[in-house]
Design a protein around this ligand. Structure first.
Ligand SMILES: [Zn+2]
Ligand SMILES: [Zn+2]
Length: 154
């Protein structure tokens, strides 16, 4: 499993490979340090049940998706189809546009889910079993302030 810790001071993403025992990492940008403690399930890439950063047990799933890639494909498709449209080949133009949208959808479908901690935004990538549900705003509204109070941000 690969864990990405979100620095609560400056927002930097800090990739960490889980290892047994408490691990101290330091943010490369603002020098804030974190003590991480990985549970057995996380170490073995079985399950994400306890967050190594904030010890929270509430997570949600989201697609591991870089929106820039999707947008590029649609924009490229639109440009090419505009070219065909210009030469009066409407059908070809529509076909390409539809094709680009389909490619986009296919990429989106093939993406794996990523588990995110509600409290500290740590991200978990790996082959573990997905047990978290989709993002729920009211849960985030409850848990985010709780963590921010804990680290003294509020
Ligand atoms: Zn930082
Ligand atoms: Zn957390």
């Amino acid at each position: 499993m690969e864990v990405t810790v979100r620095c609560h001071e400056c927002g930097s993403a800090l990739p960490v490979t889980p290892s047994p025992g408490p691990v101290q990492i330091e943010c490369g940008r603002c020098r804030e340090s974190f003590i991480l403690k990985f549970s057995d399930a996380v170490l073995e890439d079985r399950l994400v049940e306890c967050c190594p950063v904030c010890r929270g047990g509430d997570f949600y799933l989201r697609k591991d998706f870089d929106p820039k890639v999707g947008v590029t494909i649609v924009v490229l498709g639109a440009l090419i189809s505009a070219g065909f449209y210009y030469f009066g080949l409407d059908l070809v133009a529509y076909g390409i546009l539809a094709g680009a949208t389909l490619v986009d959808l296919a990429i989106y479908r093939r993406l794996s889910d990523l588990t995110v901690c509600y409290r500290c935004f740590a991200e978990f990538r790996g082959d573990y079993e997905r047990t978290a549900g989709p993002f729920e705003l009211h849960t985030a509204d409850l848990l985010e302030p709780e963590y921010e109070r804990k680290i003294g941000k509020r």
